[in-house]
Design a protein around this ligand. Structure first.
Ligand code: XUL
Ligand code: CO
Length: 437
């Protein structure tokens, strides 16, 4: 039985369409800068939100209506959910998906039992993936939900929690390989702390690095060639997460010899919780050679937590696409909608509106970004702003011809620095708006 009987495959109808179940900008095969939109954007759906988010919050009960789900923990229900998921992916035109091990299959009484349940559900993922050609963007493991991870997983004070997490990630990497995942993500979950007085921070960081090295080694051993990602988040669930932002994560990866194996998976709402915005995080990671994938969502500036809303702001998607195009686009990564419908948007059809809106916002952002790049006007402003580095003393410094002594001689002779030129911030902000509207 179809899970979404009233919806057919969502089509591109163009900017004038008023059909809420059509794309106005996302035209998968349309070329932008010589590459199909679907290859630029590589949209992915998060199983944990789309299939498992039941609408409960700390104050209220579940609200979601999901007729295909009988609410039980049976394997059969878990397998039916996967079939409903693929029907959704096909109809919404999403090419990739991501899940945590525990989103898709229930936990048993022992690890062996749990692994067996997982295998039974992964079998259906494999069948559905072969049927549709829709594949896994990245895999991951839930190392934060079960009470055994109350102090963290790789950074737990309890060595057995570390060992259990290792066994879980071993299995999750095997499953990711089985499903041809293009990557594997580490999100810290509870890898952080609440109280410095009871915490051995150095030991915890060393353990986290050891854990990641074990994952990298095991992937090599079994021939899993997907890209590893580290997903920054500054707080929630713990007060101080070790993976605060891209700068903290990249420092960690470099300090512990993991830089060759792990790139960043950047999430919009996590960036804003860290006091940045997503384009800052993307630019920082990309400029350092660490841009891997993106968890596409948005927060609410009036709320201080991880609201995981669908992104609809074209100004934001344009900024993101400008960074992505500048650095040559995704290779293994993509735009994974780590986003959930609001608990009041409880009908199955709301899942379509949400994803269509997000996909259209990125498609429009991609087109605006490409137009900005083609005009060269923004580049020209940036180039002019840094022109003092293109010749004379600037070019000499960049090419290594100077030190403090020679620069002191230069300035003593000159007496005063050349006057600065205007930053033209308002000019460039208006320029961007001209392309957007
Ligand atoms: C949590 C979060 C995770 C990761 C995967 O805030 O973003 O869902 O993306 O564990
Ligand atoms: Co995420």
């Amino acid at each position: 039985m179809a899970a979404f009987p009233d919806v057919t495959k969502v089509q591109y109808e163009g900017p004038d369409s008023k059909n809420p179940l059509a794309f106005r900008f996302y035209n998968p095969d349309e070329l932008v800068e010589g590459k199909a939109m679907k290859e630029h954007l590589r949209f992915s759906c998060a199983f944990w939100h789309t299939m498992r988010m039941n609408g409960s919050d700390p104050f209220g009960m579940p609200t979601m209506s999901r007729p295909w789900d009988d609410g039980s923990d049976s394997i059969e229900n878990a397998q039916n959910r996967v079939r409903a998921f693929f029907e959704f992916l096909e109809k919404a035109g999403l090419q990739y998906y991501a899940f945590h091990d525990r989103d898709v299959a229930p936990e048993g009484k022992t690890l062996a039992e749990t692994n067996k349940y997982l295998d039974e559900v992964v079998k259906v993922f494999k069948e559905e993936s072969e049927r549709t050609g829709i594949t896994m963007l990245w895999g991951t493991a839930n190392l934060f939900g079960n009470p055994r991870f109350m102090h963290g997983a790789a950074t737990s004070c309890n060595a057995d929690s570390f060992a259990y997490a290792a066994a879980q990630v071993k299995k999750a990497i095997e499953v990711s390989k089985e499903l041809n995942a293009q990557g594997y993500t580490f999100w810290g979950g509870r890898e952080g702390y609440q109280c410095i007085w009871n915490t051995d921070m150095k030991r915890e960081l060393d353990h986290l690095a050891k854990f990641m090295h074990m994952a990298v080694d095991y992937a090599k051993e079994i021939g899993f060639t997907g890209q590893f990602y580290f997903e920054p988040k500054p707080k929630e669930p713990t007060k101080h997460q070790y993976d605060y932002d891209c700068a903290a994560c990249i420092n960690f990866l470099r300090a512990y010899d993991l830089a060759d194996y792990v790139k960043m998976n950047i999430e919009t709402n996590h960036a804003t919780l860290a006091g940045h915005n997503v384009e800052h995080e993307m630019e920082y990671a990309a400029s350092q050679g660490f841009l891997g994938s993106v968890d596409a969502n948005t927060g609410d500036m009036l709320l201080g937590w991880d609201t995981d809303q669908f992104p609809t702001d074209v100004s934001m998607t344009t900024k993101m696409m400008l960074v992505l195009l500048k650095y040559g686009g995704f290779t293994t990564g993509g735009l994974n909608f780590d986003a959930k419908v609001r608990r009041e948007s409880f009908e199955p059809i709301d899942l379509f509106y949400a994803h269509i809106g997000g996909m259209d916002a990125f498609a429009k952002g991609l087109k605006v970004a490409a137009a900005i790049r083609e005009s060269g006007e923004l580049d020209a402003v940036v180039k002019a702003r840094y022109s003092s580095w293109d010749s004379g003393i600037g070019a000499e410094i960049e090419s290594g011809k100077h030190d403090f002594k020679s620069l002191s001689e230069y300035m003593l002779k000159k007496g005063e620095a050349d006057a600065c030129v205007s930053g033209r911030q308002e000019f460039v902000e208006n320029l961007i708006n001209r392309f957007m509207f």
